[in-house]
Design a protein around this ligand. Structure first.
Ligand code: ADP
Ligand code: ASP
Ligand code: MG
Length: 407
C-alpha cells in the first residue's frame, strides 16, 4: 500500500465527463490498496474567464486580495464536483479548500508562497478510508485572507501536500504523457524523457516550460518528493523527476525551453559613467518590475547602450520609467520591442562540454535568425530573437542537437 498524491490539471477536469473519468482513475488507484489525496485545478479556461471578469471591473490593474477571492472559486467548483462523482460511485470522499485544510501561505496576493501545511486533518481523513480532494492553487494567510499561488500553482499545492504527508509519490496528471525535449505543441518531433533531473526541470520551468510550475519543482527538490508527470488520457510511465545520477550518461542538451512572455527595453546613447546601470534599474525595481536578461555595450564616444528584458505585461510601465530616467541622466534615446521571445537550451551535460554555444548560434544563423541578446549559465544558454522565429528556432535547435533521438 502506498500513499499517493495525484494532481489533475485544467484540461483533465475540463468537463463533467472528464471529472467522471478522473473519479474512475482515482477509484482504480484506491482499489489497488493505495491511500489517495487528489489535488485539482479549475476546469480549463475557468481561471482565464475569472481574470477577464476582474479586468472588466478593474481595468488591467486587477490585483490583490479580491482577485484571489475570485480566482479561488474556480478550484472550489472542481473539488465539489469530483467529490460528488466519487461519492456517487460509493467511494468515500471529502473535498477541502486551501483554507479548510489550513494551507498556510505568506500574504503576497496572486503569487503567495506556501509556508506550512498541517497534515493532521489529511491523515485523519485518509485513515478513515476517505479520498481527500484538495483545491489546488490556493491557501490562506495568517490573517485568514484567501491567497492564490500564481498561474500553474496547483502543481505546487500537490507537491507541498505530498511533502507534508510524506507521500510515496506525487503524480502530476496532465494533457501530455510526460516531460518532452520541448513543448510537443511546437515541435512534433519532441521526445518524451523517461527521467529528467530536478536541476534541469527547474531550469526548464524557469525558462518558460509551463508543464510544471517552477515552485513545484523547487519544493520537490527541497523536500525530496518523488515527482512524476503522466497523462490523464493514456497509460504509460510518464517522466520521473530524479536527483542527479552519476551513473547516467548525461546528454549535452536535454531540452529546449521558450518564453513568449518577455519584452525588450533599450536605452541608447546614455552617458558612459559609473552608476548608470543603477540609475536605470533602480527606478525599474521601485516599480516592482522584474528584470530578466541585461546587456550593456562597451561604451564608445563616451556613451553606451543598455538593453534588458521584462515581462510583457510590464512593457508600457517600463517604457515610462525609462523616459523619465533619460531626463535624469541628461541624454539617451528610449526604445523597445514587445515582440521578442527567449529560446533556451538546457542540459547538465553542458557543464563539461565546450562548443554548445557555437553550435547553437551556427544552427540559428543558417536559418538567418538574428540573435539580439545572449545569456549563459552553467547548464543553460538563452538567446532573445524576434517572436516570428519562435517555431522555426525551436525546430532548428531540436534538429541540430538531435533531440529526437534517444541517446
Ligand atoms: P495542466 O492544465 O494539466 O496543468 P499545463 O497546460 O499547465 O497543463 O501543462 C501542460 C502543457 O505544457 C502541455 O500541454 C504542453 O503544451 C506544455 N509544455 C511546455 N513545455 C513542455 C515540455 N517540455 N514537455 C511537455 N509539455 C510541455
Ligand atoms: N487554475 C490555475 C491556473 O489556471 C492553477 C492551475 O491550474 O494550476 O493557473
Ligand atoms: Mg499547469
Amino acid at each position: 500500500m502506498a500513499l499517493i498524491v495525484q494532481k489533475y490539471g485544467g484540461t483533465s477536469v475540463g468537463s463533467i465527463e472528464r471529472i467522471e473519468a478522473v473519479a474512475e482513475k482515482v477509484i482504480a488507484s484506491k482499489n489497488q490498496g493505495h491511500k489517495v489525496v487528489v489535488v485539482v485545478s479549475a476546469m480549463s479556461g475557468e481561471t482565464n474567464r475569472l481574470m477577464g471578469l476582474a479586468n472588466e471591473v478593474q481595468g488591467r490593474v486587477a490585483h490583490g486580495r479580491e482577485l484571489d477571492v475570485l480566482l479561488s472559486t474556480g478550484e472550489q467548483v472542481t473539488i465539489a464536483l469530483l467529490a460528488m462523482a466519487l461519492q456517487r460511485r460509493n467511494c468515500a470522499a471529502v473535498s477541502s479548500t486551501g483554507a479548510q485544510l489550513n494551507i498556510r501561505t505568506d500574504n503576497m496576493f496572486n503569487k503567495a508562497r506556501i509556508q506550512n501545511i498541517d497534515a493532521t486533518r489529511l491523515h485523519r481523513a485518509l485513515d478513515a478510508g476517505k479520498v481527500v480532494v484538495v483545491a489546488g492553487f490556493q491557501g490562506v494567510d495568517d490573517e485568514g485572507n484567501i491567497t492564490t499561488l500564481g498561474r500553474g500553482g496547483s502543481d505546487t499545492t500537490a507537491v507541498a501536500v505530498a511533502a507534508a504527508i510524506k507521500a510515496d509519490e506525487c503524480q502530476i496528471y496532465t494533457d501530455v504523457d510526460g516531460v518532452y525535449t520541448t513543448d510537443p505543441r511546437v515541435e512534433p518531433n519532441a521526445r518524451r524523457l523517461d527521467c529528467i533531473t530536478f536541476e534541469e526541470m527547474l531550469e526548464m520551468a524557469s525558462l518558460g516550460s509551463k508543464v510544471l510550475q517552477i515552485r513545484a519543482v523547487e519544493f520537490a527538490g527541497k523536500y525530496d518528493v518523488p515527482l512524476r508527470v503522466l497523462s490523464t488520457f493514456s497509460e504509460g510511465p510518464g517522466t520521473l523527476i530524479t536527483l542527479e545520477d552519476d551513473s547516467m550518461e548525461d546528454p549535452l542538451v536535454s531540452g529546449i525551453a521558450f518564453n513568449r512572455d518577455e519584452a525588450q527595453l533599450t536605452i541608447k546613447g546614455v552617458p558612459d559613467r559609473p552608476g548608470v546601470a543603477a540609475h536605470i534599474l533602480g527606478p525599474i525595481a521601485d516599480e516592482n518590475i522584474e528584470v530578466d536578461m541585461i546587456v550593456q555595450n562597451v561604451g564608445s564616444d563616451e556613451t553606451t547602450d543598455f538593453t534588458f528584458t521584462v515581462h510583457r505585461n510590464d512593457y508600457e510601465k517600463g517604457m515610462k520609467v525609462l523616459e523619465n530616467a533619460v531626463v535624469d541622466l541628461g541624454g539617451g534615446e528610449v526604445g523597445g520591442d514587445p515582440h521578442i521571445v527567449k529560446l533556451s537550451l538546457v542540459g547538465v551535460g553542458m557543464r563539461s562540454h565546450a562548443g554548445i554555444a557555437s553550435r547553437m548560434f551556427t544552427a540559428l544563423a543558417q536559418e538567418k535568425i538574428n540573435i539580439r541578446m545572449i545569456s549563459t549559465s552553467e547548464i543553460k544558454i538563452s538567446v532573445v530573437v524576434d517572436e516570428k522565429y519562435l517555431e522555426l528556432g525551436v525546430r532548428v535547435l531540436h534538429e541540430a542537437f538531435e533531440l529526437d533521438q534517444e541517446k
